[in-house]
Design a protein around this ligand. Structure first.
Ligand code: AGP
Length: 613
């Protein structure tokens, strides 16, 4: 999510680090900082906002560097997870003696207990981040051996990390390590650059080493020494990167959208990490901030959102009704304040917004507050306006979404809504056993999505076949009804094909008049409640000569025999089915748009964040 760069060699350190950060800026941009080690001092400069703001601040300080002098430093651009995007929370973080500086990507789940322990030992913390505990821990465990102190500290962490650390006492060394968050070493001639992403190092070298989880790399200008967490040497291959800088930013993918589609298993893992409680069959959503008693007293839910977030809200409606026993309404955020919604003091108004900046959703939050509702948000961007104004809520932890068409935000919104319904349900009548069953399914979800992604080529073939269509219908029932809406939205926004999503039963109340052989129907016919009736709806469409593309549960020969093309979805319950099914539809839209030569990441007339009414 955030970006890391570190350098040891003889290049001008400030420019090398800042240029690297600039290439990572697309990953996170709420604040940035650098730490440079010179004459036994670590100099840190941080700024909120973009890398240019940091460059401006750095330009005002003189970092003299003689030719051929060894230079060393680390830098970071942040996408906030723990703590608001402020200068104090920006990386690099120092231990209190200023002996070590560290940058970190990932989430440390046990930071609260470690922090308490370190405070007990006299450490003073200055930020709200989970990261700061790592650098304090290293300084606490340091007895003269840098590597040993880092390894011993990492052993105490649970969660994920990609880190780079420098130490005053070791002015020629950067230590980098990885668990769950990528770290790549660029190997140059008498120089090493470490980064979280190849795009930051590609202009310096094309020879790279990808660290594996559990690896710790000790970098000096002329050598890299890789160990495991027990400090035993390990060998990692040297790879050659032949992407250009643009492709590197997209991780080798052609567009951000397809990269983000493929990131979904990881995004879901990040969004659920540390939030599932097997013991209670419930979820841990500390940002919600309400006690079980307060949650149990909520009488109804109004979800307010726009576009894709609205469609995720519709899935949430099913969850809240089925799991939390709560009457739920999904409101178009744009209309919310112009209606007279019935809001009681025990009504939960839940605003869903990836960007956290959508003007209409923000207005709904203010309206809910004015009317005295309990208000909460589900946002991706930490510190965004909606996140701040709601004050309580759940972050997606999906990582930055650059493609205008929302993909991983939708699946993460759905999984957060499921966890939220679980928490509300467990505060009421939902049994522990059923809660555990849902948690087991949530845990399997990233792998289920991976299975769909493996079929991208099959989906591409189907997409090519229908890429010339000018109209299409998506139909679904039950939990797949909102997915039909989302599938149609995705297709129209990036391929400019006119597509409509309908409840399968609604089709015959009007739109069926439009069906004919040039109008494909995408029928969501997975084997979940509603499938039997969907079979009749498919027959109705076939009778009007529409070609049918169905999503179906693996091995369902009954569906396969009645449709033109099938996209197979692994078996899963109705609670999870919206996720792999929408991933298949995202791929379908992407490949159709690609075939039509559309501008996929920046479709015409659309903006990533709609801040006007
Ligand atoms: C989705 O692909 C769209 N680009 C759009 O519908 C988007 O979901 C909508 O504008 C809401 O944005 P938000 O989630 O940032 O509030």
């Amino acid at each position: 999510m955030c970006g890391i760069v570190g350098y040891v060699g003889k290049r001008p350190i400030v420019n090398t680090l800042l240029n690297g950060l600039k290439r990572l800026e697309y990953r996170g941009y709420d604040s940035a900082g650098i730490a440079i080690l010179k004459e036994s001092q670590i100099k840190v400069i941080k700024r909120t906002g973009k890398v240019d703001a940091l460059r401006e601040a750095v330009d005002k300080v003189s970092f003299s560097q003689n030719e051929n002098e060894l230079s060393i430093g680390i830098a970071h651009t942040r996408w906030a997870t723990h703590g608001a995007p402020t200068e104090k929370n920006a990386h690099p973080h120092l231990d209190e003696k200023g002996n070590f500086a560290l940058v970190h990507n990932g989430i440390i789940e046990n930071y609260a207990s470690l922090k308490e322990h370190l405070i007990g030992k006299g450490h003073k913390f200055v930020s709200e981040t989970d990261t700061e505990v790592i650098v304090h821990l290293i300084s606490e465990l340091y007895e003269g051996d840098f590597l040993k102190a880092v390894a011993a500290s990492l052993k105490q962490l649970s969660g994920t990390y990609g880190i780079a650390v420098i130490s005053k006492a070791h002015p020629d060394t950067i230590i980098a390590a990885r668990k769950g968050s990528p770290i790549i070493i660029g190997v140059g001639n008498d120089e090493m650059i470490v980064a979280s992403d190849v795009s930051a190092l590609i202009s310096y070298t094309r020879k790279v080493i990808y660290l594996d989880d559990g690896d710790i790399a000790v970098l000096r200008a002329e050598e890299v020494d890789i160990r495991n967490i027990d400090i035993i040497p390990v060998t990692r291959e040297l790879a050659h990167i032949d992407w250009d800088a643009n492709a590197a930013e997209k991780g080798g993918y052609e567009h951000f959208m397809i990269k983000e589609i493929f990131e979904q298993p990881e995004a879901i893992t990040n969004g659920t990490r540390g939030r599932l409680n097997f013991e209670d069959g419930s979820s841990v959503l500390s940002g919600l901030g309400y006690s079980s008693r307060e949650l149990a007293s909520i009488s109804n839910v109004i979800i307010a959102a726009c576009g894709t977030s609205y469609n995720a809200g519709l899935v949430g409606e099913y969850y809240f009704e089925d799991i939390a026993d709560l009457p739920t309404e999904v409101a178009q955020a744009a209309e919310f304040r112009y209606r007279n919604p019935i809001i009681r003091p025990d009504t939960l108004v839940l605003a869903i917004s990836q960007s956290g900046e959508t003007a209409d959703t923000l207005a709904a939050v203010r309206e809910g507050k004015n009317k005295g509702a309990v208000v909460a948000g589900i946002c991706n961007i930490v510190g965004s306006t909606i996140a701040r104004e709601t004050g309580v809520g759940v972050y997606l932890h999906a990582g930055p979404e650059i493609g205008v068409a929302s993909t991983k935000a939708f699946t993460c919104q759905v999984i957060v809504l499921l966890m939220m319904a679980l928490k509300l349900g467990r505060a009421k009548r939902f049994s522990r056993q059923r809660g555990i069953e849902i948690i087991e399914e949530i845990i399997k979800t990233p792998d289920i999505v991976r299975e769909v992604l493996k079929r991208a080529k099959d989906i591409q073939k189907i997409a090519k076949k229908y890429a010339k269509a000018e109209n299409a219908f998506y139909i679904g029932r039950g939990y797949l009804y909102p997915v039909a809406l989302e599938g149609a939205l995705k297709l129209k926004e990036i391929s400019y094909i006119h597509a409509e999503g309908y409840h399968a039963a609604e089709l015959k109340h009007g739109p069926i008049a439009l069906l004919e052989e040039r109008v494909p129907v995408i029928a969501l016919a997975n084997d979940i409640p509603g499938k039997d009736k969907m079979i009749s709806n498919i027959q109705e469409c076939k009778a009007r000569k529409s070609p049918i593309i169905a999503t179906a549960t693996e091995g369902d020969t009954e569906i396969a025999s009645m449709v033109n093309d099938v996209i197979w979805i692994p078996k899963c319950s109705q609670f999870i089915a919206p996720i792999p099914t929408v991933v298949a539809l995202q791929l379908f839209s992407y490949y159709v748009a690609k075939e039509r030569g559309c501008s996929i990441d920046q479709p015409r007339n659309l903006a990533k964040s709609v801040t006007v009414e």
